[in-house]
Design a protein around this ligand. Structure first.
Ligand code: BEZ
Length: 246
């Protein structure tokens, strides 16, 4: 597709779309995306540039949380419009020299994609010319084990991401899939979840008459139920059980 200036226009991927495919060089070797990650959740995120302060704070935070995301079957993959040697030098500098909020000697072990050609950034709509035409914004794509995009968050260059929220999104998406529920505002494991709206007048009446055990209905279209925190953690995070002492 081309615009009136005959420039190539690549439609931005949307929630529900299959994640656009690409092959790329990364700091952990070549990848074939999303095929290499079938069966895993992936957070594919872009940052504006190597050797910049906000990005450095984000990489240190992500690397420190990598294990926590891995327990939720989630692979982190970063990208910027920089070359591989710049990535390697930046990650070495982070490990050797940078201390931030108590984090130091931080080893970034997840892949960081080299995208000097902007091939991947363009496919994923990570370039927003009003913000910068040479640097990617801070995009975050949440991709499920079948390679479908399930959530997208964008931040501008100046704003570092909230990692509690990124983790909450992963847990909430997996909870919705595992238990066929929706999650209300500010939901976290242990909070009540929302069940699907009544699909008929009969079901609406039953719910409002209080005939469905375990439901708390604010109105016929808005019913919640309890979902035990341990059930969420067991299913979603595959939490290892504490060993039972004899
Ligand atoms: C940063 O990561 O610090 C940054 C990158 C691009 C523009 C502004 C800030």
């Amino acid at each position: 597709m081309e615009n009136i200036l005959n420039e190539e226009v690549i439609p931005m991927p949307r929630i529900g779309d299959k994640a656009p495919e690409f092959k790329a060089k990364t700091t952990q070797g070549d990848i074939n995306f999303p095929a290499d990650y079938q069966g895993k959740w992936v957070i594919l995120f872009s940052h504006p540039a190597d050797f910049t302060p906000v990005c450095t704070s984000e990489f240190m935070t992500f690397a420190t949380l990598e294990e926590k995301f891995a327990k939720a079957n989630t692979q982190l993959i970063g990208l910027s419009i920089d070359g591989l040697y710049s990535h390697i030098a930046w990650l070495r500098t982070i490990k050797d020299k940078i201390e931030f909020k108590g984090m130091k000697n931080v080893d970034v072990k997840f892949p960081l994609i080299e995208d000097i050609t902007m091939n991947v950034a363009k496919k994923y709509g990570m370039i927003m010319p009003g913000e910068s035409s040479t640097q990617a914004v801070r995009a975050v794509f949440f991709i499920d084990p079948k390679g479908t995009i399930r959530a997208i968050i964008y931040y501008p260059l100046s704003l570092g991401r909230n990692f509690d929220e990124l983790y909450r999104v992963i847990v909430a998406l997996q909870t919705a899939d595992e238990f066929a529920v929706a999650t209300p505002a500010d939901w976290k494991p242990g909070d009540d979840v929302i069940i699907s709206p009544a699909g008929s007048c009969g079901v609406a009446k039953e719910r409002m008459d209080g005939n469905v055990e375990g439901l708390d209905c604010k109105d016929w279209f808005f019913c919640t139920k309890k979902l035990d925190k341990d059930m969420v953690l067991d299913k979603v995070l595959k939490k290892e059980k504490e060993p039972v002492l004899a």
